[in-house]
Design a protein around this ligand. Structure first.
Ligand code: GLN
Length: 247
């Protein structure tokens, strides 16, 4: 049986709007293909062998939750996690987790939270929270399609030349409410503001992450067994229709 190992960063501090559902979706779509997904929670103080990890998930959180884990993230996990990301670790980071992979997050109370600095983005809180449903158009190599999710953040994330956009905002605010960016990609790391949880709502992305991780661990020719997702895709179409008026 093929196995993959997933590190879930700070599940007790960084888990809002059912972000944990992303890990459940990955595990289920692996299991249904006969792939075992071993989940390792990463809590403050834990030592992790990042070289043995295939996937990582980092959810969103309140500013206060983020402040509690930044030192551990940078000092304890930093060197190993950064090296793994440079070595194409497959990673998904949502909202607060996305912000903390960047250079820094300046909160609305003026607190400066340093980030891991592995994504070339920085985040500055605005006065107004950006809340609501969101649709972004993405193309992961097989033509454009839409990711649906829900966002709630004060942080506005701005991008440097070191990252590519994950997608283009069709409805909602996205990374900063100004330039149409919906998330960022660096190597195999994907960051965005879409809670939802994101992966249960968007099985195409779930499968893309699993495929990247399988190929990294078991070789570039590893094929992902096709798996239906009719209900998820029907729900996705309903939300796209509702939010942008066309499918
Ligand atoms: N605390 C951060 C912000 O408000 C992230 C919020 C979140 O993860 N939902 O911008």
């Amino acid at each position: 049986m093929m196995t993959l190992r997933l590190a879930h960063l700070y599940p007790d501090h960084m888990n809002v709007y059912g972000d944990r559902g992303n890990v459940i979706a990955l595990r289920q779509r692996c299991l249904r293909r006969g792939i075992e997904l071993e989940v390792i929670p990463v809590n403050p103080g834990d030592m992790i062998d990042w070289g043995s990890v295939d996937l990582a998930f980092f959810g969103g959180g309140q500013d206060s939750g983020q402040a509690l884990i930044t030192t551990d993230l940078i000092e304890r996990q930093g060197p190993g996690l950064r090296a793994a990301i440079e070595n194409d670790l497959v990673m998904l980071a949502i909202c607060g987790g996305y912000q903390l992979l960047g250079h820094y997050f300046l909160t609305h109370t003026g607190e400066h939270l340093p980030g891991l600095g592995v994504l070339d983005v920085h985040t500055i809180a605005g006065k107004q929270r950006m809340i609501g449903n969101i649709v972004i158009e993405v193309d992961l190599g097989q033509g454009p399609w839409r990711l649906v999710g829900f966002e709630n953040h004060s942080g506005r994330t701005f991008h440097g030349a070191g990252v590519k956009p994950l997608g283009k905002v069709l409805a909602g605010y996205g990374d900063n409410g100004q330039d149409g960016w919906g998330g960022a990609i660096y190597r195999n790391t994907f960051g965005c503001y879409l809670h939802g949880a994101l992966l249960p709502k968007n099985p195409q992305l779930t499968d893309h992450l699993i495929e990247l991780a399988l190929r990294r661990r078991y070789g570039a020719k590893t094929e992902l067994t096709p798996l239906p997702a009719e209900r998820e895709l029907a729900a996705q179409r309903v939300m796209v229709q509702r939010l942008i008026g066309r499918v």
